[in-house]
Design a protein. Sequence first.
Length: 424
Amino acid sequence: MQVEKYIIEGHNNDLLTQHTRKFDFVAADVPNVKTVIQKLRDFQVAIPSWALGTGGTRFGRFSGGGEPRSIEEKIEDVGLLHSLNQSGGAISLHIPWDVPENAQAIKTLAAQHGLRFDAMNSNTFQDQKDQQHSYKFGSLQHVDKAVRKQAIEHNIDVIKHGVELGSDSITVWLSDGSCFPGQLNFRKAFQRTLEGLQEIYAALPANWKMFVEYKAFEPNFYSMTVGDWGQSLLYATKLGPKAYTLVDLGHHLPNANIEQIVALLLNEGKLGGFHFNDSKYGDDDLTVGSINPYQLFLIFNELVEGMDARSMNHASDLGWMIDASHNVKDPLEDLLQSVEAIKIAYAQALLVDTKALQQAQDSNDVARAQEILQQAYRTDVRPLVAEARLQAGGALQPLALYRSAKVREQLIKDRGQKTVATGL
Ligand SMILES: [Mn+2]
């Protein structure tokens, strides 16, 4: 289903007077407001194909109904989100959950919705039906060469699917590791994993990137073979210039200073992309900005500062993706909220007075530095984000329109109450 253009326009017309008043108020204090709006318009976040259905935990899953039943319906859902917020113009596919049977038809469908294909995701953390070897004791780290070979071939297969769809990157997240002391020889596991990644790397087309995603724990609880940014950076450095570290916000131990990690990876030219989500304890995969929006802002502050220092394009030089699970909310509402939170944090970071901050840092004026950061963080930038959306043809209030247009009700009518999307 789609929300027709005239419905979005009607919604915007109803809200225009109120919006203009709020926008004028905040814009008066933003010196380069046109540039800020343009950057917000350009900034697109990829929606993961596995997050369009209800998520769950090992204790249960409670579907809300109307979930996409096929890759086509997943693309339709991302297209629907994009038509509302004009900020989710890409989809990140997961193989084998979303194998495109007819790549050309899928590509055409995505193009009709204004979508491109972001990073492809491989899966060697589950055993699939008809799979010859099990990943119970890891994939690329496995002691058995046949298992490693199977995992390598799967990743190369994912790259081939991606090439057909016009993607230009692959994210490799490995659940490899160990659950108990003594289970694994760390050095040998690292070496085997590196060799596997090297074979996958060798299969990358010239313009492709490989993102090596790390995670502190789960499903393995004693060691992870790509457990932190240091290990990921080691792999990425040894692999070569097309390999980068991918930061998933939920993949750190509690209280990790993610903004500092981001700053240093950027400085090394090895930050490849992001998986946005939020968490209180671990890999909670909650809505972006729902628990700790200040941390998200601090991360974006480092991103903007670091990317500007390297003359990078904010919109296109890093991969921006959501990786979340929606257990108690409507997945589409949750995704609208997540994208909004990302753009708010980005807008706040664009408002930081970087010159003044540098002066404060150079003169050890700690209080002033905090004031400068919090001045930006405490500015209500929502009218700026809404204005960017309005100019791009989106809705002033996407979530409100999603509800008033009764999108979920329609999806349930079209697809049924008991549909189950492949994914988390
Ligand atoms: Mn992730």
